[in-house]
Design a protein around this ligand. Structure first.
Ligand SMILES: C[S@@+](CC[C@H](N)C(=O)[O-])C[C@H]1O[C@@H](n2cnc3c(N)ncnc32)[C@H](O)[C@@H]1O
Length: 259
């Protein structure tokens, strides 16, 4: 097992059985679901890789719509939940990191719900972009989201004093909130606290996410051989500007160089 795999699987958020069970209740797809489905339908790819597919919220929706779909994720517990969902039997599930892209072929590679921000090391980021390029057929697409601003993003997350609540069908009432431990050079270390109301137990997951700038992402894509086609700024399909909450990149694999 590589260091990258250990990092994702060791995050309590993606490995603790209760937190993984609660994932869908807390992170139910919203406006982003309609956005992704609309963009995918526009491209009508025959094969899609959902990289960092998690519990398969979107992966299984894509399979339901008839797309040949491959879901890759390093977190075993997340994949176990995904495999129980309707239409999961139509998906090829692969446990692992970006190196598992080796040998696959697809027309579209997706990373949704800010998976890109969990790829912290430059080596992993550029490695993933390179492998995505190899995986995609000519003119294939890479689409992913990344939050624009560290400061603005965390303003919208619940704090201990402004907790959010969900009612999970199997775990009951859960309160959850976030506590930012450190934010430096675009790298945020934060705790997610989950209070299970029935037992009174609190589980804390400590994670890191990286906020790459627009130009860093654009440069990475260009270097890997992609042409940035569109960058949306929000789920309403508005184009990116410097105040947008999101940077949603749609990049196309360029023709191989003939030089
Ligand atoms: C916020 S969840 C998003 C899951 C899914 N894409 C969705 O839309 O619900 C982030 C996912 O990224 C995965 N992940 C974390 N680090 C990763 C890495 N280095 N490479 C690939 N996936 C990673 C986690 O295991 C988790 O399933």
């Amino acid at each position: 097992m590589t260091q990258k795999q250990r990092t994702a699987s060791e995050s309590k958020q993606f490995s603790d059985p209760r937190l993984v069970t609660a994932y869908d209740s807390i992170n139910a797809l919203g406006d982003d679901r309609d956005f992704w489905l609309h963009e995918v339908d526009k491209l009508s790819p025959s094969t899609i890789v959902d990289f960092g597919c998690g519990t398969g919220l979107l992966t299984c929706e894509l399979a339901k719509r008839g797309y040949q779909t491959i879901g890759i994720d390093p977190a075993v517990a997340m994949l176990d939940v995904a495999r129980q969902k309707p239409y999961a039997d139509r998906v090829e599930w692969i446990e692992g990191d970006y190196e598992k892209l080796s040998g696959l072929q697809a027309d579209l590679l997706l990373m949704t719900s800010h998976v890109a921000q969990f790829l912290l090391a430059d080596k992993e980021w550029t490695g993933m972009l390179g492998m995505a390029h190899d995986t995609l057929r000519n003119d294939g697409y890479l689409m992913f989201d990344s939050r624009r601003s560290l400061v603005e993003s965390f303003k919208n997350w619940p704090t201990e004093r402004s907790r959010r609540r969900v009612s999970d069908p199997s775990l009951g009432e859960i309160e959850y909130w976030c506590n930012v431990i450190e934010a430096r050079n675009g790298l945020a270390t934060y705790e997610l606290h989950y209070l299970f109301k029935e037992s009174g137990e609190v589980v804390v997951s400590t994670d890191k996410i990286l906020f790459r700038s627009y130009s860093e992402i654009e440069e990475g894509l260009t270097t890997a051989g992609f042409r940035v086609q569109t960058v949306y700024g929000d789920w309403d399909c508005s184009l990116y500007n410097e105040m947008s909450p999101e940077m949603i990149f749609v990049a196309q694999k360029k023709e191989p160089s003939i030089i």
